[in-house]
Design a binder for this molecule. Sequence first.
Ligand SMILES: [Zn+2]
Length: 525
Amino acid sequence: MHVTFYGATREVTGSFHTLTTDHDNILLDCGLFQGKRKEAEEKNRVLPVDPKILTNMVLSHAHIDHSGRVPMVTRSAFGGQIFCSRATAAACECLLRDSAKIQAGDASYLNYKTARAFLAEVKAGNGKTTISNGDMQTIKNLLKSGDHDLKDEVIEKLLVEHHLEVIRPLYSMADVEQALASFQGIPYRETVTIGKDLTCTLYEAGHILGSAMSVIQVKTGGRTRTVLYSGDLGRFDKPIIKDPNLDFAPEHRDIDLMIMESTYGNRLHEPIEDMKPLLKKVLLETFNRGGSVIIPAFAYGRTQELIYFLHEMYIAKEIPPMPIWVDSPLATMITHVFGEHPETYDTEAHEAFLQKGINPFDFAQLKFVQSVEESMALNRDTRSHIVLAGSGMCEGGRVLHHLRHKIHDERNTVLIVGYMGQNTFGRHLQEVGEKYSAEGRRGPAPLVRFYNKDYPLRARVETLGGFSAHGDRNELMRVLQESNLSIKKIALVHGEEEQTLAFADYLRSNGYNVVVPFHGQSVSV
Ligand SMILES: [Zn+2]
């Protein structure tokens, strides 16, 4: 048996590994590469292996950097099944459909931009690119019906006729529907057959609802070989879901190869118990000023963790029960998935909610925005409330509308609860806001630019750390040292090279045998 690494090698996205036996090729995760558009597009467009050779697939969790290329495999000659936890299967329904929708929208917009630039050049003549406003409007009318809907067919025809690049989505909604038919949700800790003499057992990974570590065993000629794929590993004591599993069944404890994530292999997080008092402080201060709290939040995980904390604080009467609005269709769907999978909740969630007959995701103050009109009405609502809206890094989506209506008002707070990538608008907002506060909020408010306009950032910008979905170095070590596993070799994946190599050194200094594979490298088991 051997494992070959084709993604998330010395980087954090595009998880894609194959496990090969004499009879089977099992794909472990099938993630999208995320990052700069052109670079990601090149990596995503071509699958590293022919889907025909793949017999089955095991998915660690539903995050798109682990599941986002599934439809590219299943629309080809893949006749196998996709094994994952039941909650992961349910979350993939929402996330893969959303992925297809985003790709279609992006492709349509980029093609429109190419067509518009081309027509502007033609109209202006001789390579000049400036044209009159009237002519530009004619061009826009040709390519758009109404303000928003692009005439995709007209645009594509024009691009093809003039040999211009047409951007196409990686897959369609029909491809996603086909993929969803291959999902096989299985319970944790139940061993299933995934190939000849080959089994898989899932254990909780504590990273996100449904996330799993998978123990894969091949038994041939009286010998057993065991691979443990960690997927992404979560933090201990996170709200809602169970911690990363430390108690493996006796037959799953001798691991020949552990494929382990290393996102924060060289970092330590803030402790989780410090988060609630900080959240309470920010909310109370804002409500005392008569303001609202805008939280840019990722639809899957962060939104539900915040809802859960807020619900707990409302029950304990720690903060006034202001309305909480979830303004994201995807977050709304995923929150329902959370509500439908209590089997994944930890003891605390059982004691605080389920045993009392309370659904953590269903209470009077929690409201889901149903329409664009309702979202717009909420934009203008000056009564105190909390709004959770996407996108998580403020790169688009409804959160920008809430910011547009609320950041000029010093009573309001923008609460940052997630990682803001470099060069994102969220990171810019965070840096500008924190600098203004650090300088004592003196002088005119700094300006931030979006929607082609400058807005004064008078709202407070606060950051709550500790919400990471990934364990830090100590938590990764806990999985290794406090579990009942005995591990012969570790292959580190899913980390920026600097984090991974530092973690590899740390592991070696603790006596582990570690390899950090390059793209395409195989490790035999
Ligand atoms: Zn993940």
